[in-house]
Design a protein around this ligand. Sequence first.
Ligand code: CA
Ligand code: CA
Ligand code: CA
Length: 323
Amino acid sequence: MDILQVLKGTFQVTLTIQDNQGYYSTITQSVVVKKQWMPIAKISPSSYNGINFRIDFSAAESWDPDGTITSYNWDFDDGTTSNIIEPVHIYNHEGTYHVTLTIEDNDGNVDRESATIVLSMQYPPDIPVILDGSNTCFTGDKSNFVAVSNDPENNLIQYGWDFGDGSEIIWSKWYSSGEYCNFNYEYLKVGSFKVKVKARDENYGESSWSEEHTIIVNDEKEPFLQVLKPLKGIYISNEKRRSFFATIVFGGIDVIVNATDGSGIEKVLFYIDNQDIPIAEALSEPYMFTWQEKMFFKHNLRIVAVDNTGKETSIEIKVWKFL
Ligand SMILES: [Ca+2]
Ligand SMILES: [Ca+2]
Ligand SMILES: [Ca+2]
């Protein structure tokens, strides 16, 4: 039996008396305890100060110690009401509202709670202006762009850049309203791209896109090409066994190169002894070919990397091949 039950209900109270000669007398009476507990109203949110005109209210934390809540009544202070536990309410105007929740329990007891809702209109930053930006660049180089926007409430601003090359929007760090956003970007492919930027504030109010800035990305660099295997040394059955001043290969060997380029590698070609037709072609990493052909004595191994704009880099190594 808990304290609440003790305090409410019908009880048999017995009184026993004894006199000095040992005689007992007992009387029992029925006692009804009628104390009732008030319900307790709780509003969520208990206060609000912001720009979202849609408020998700809840009275779910309201409770009654000794019974149940039988009704909920909301007054949103804008001429509208609701009687559900968790109403979603949308205000139409900015202002300060005193919301009242009235609940009633199964014994007809009433409790009331109120909350203050302050709604203020806020605006997104102005459409940013691209003040400066590279007009041409080369793949792999950093190009620089500068944009600025102002926020009507002086909120901090973040700039979202679209560099027009199919990559996702990149958001800058936060800037003060009116502070220049300096942003670097590295194009990896050649072409003509349209750069645009938008701005958002701390409340995620977002501007429209700026006007477009065109940049032409060229590729004037030859691919980077490096032989990884075989290097100088003695190779037996595709494994380097010892150092040597020349490249000596016994048996088959995997020829492996590293090729990279700002515009991407189209293909890597492998030629032996000045042949016109490559003996092998690799289109993706790892760029390699397995040289199985049985040969003797010294040979020229020529490797050509071709980038996506047709520029080439070629390397030739001398290989002593046996078997
Ligand atoms: Ca109650
Ligand atoms: Ca703002
Ligand atoms: Ca290139």
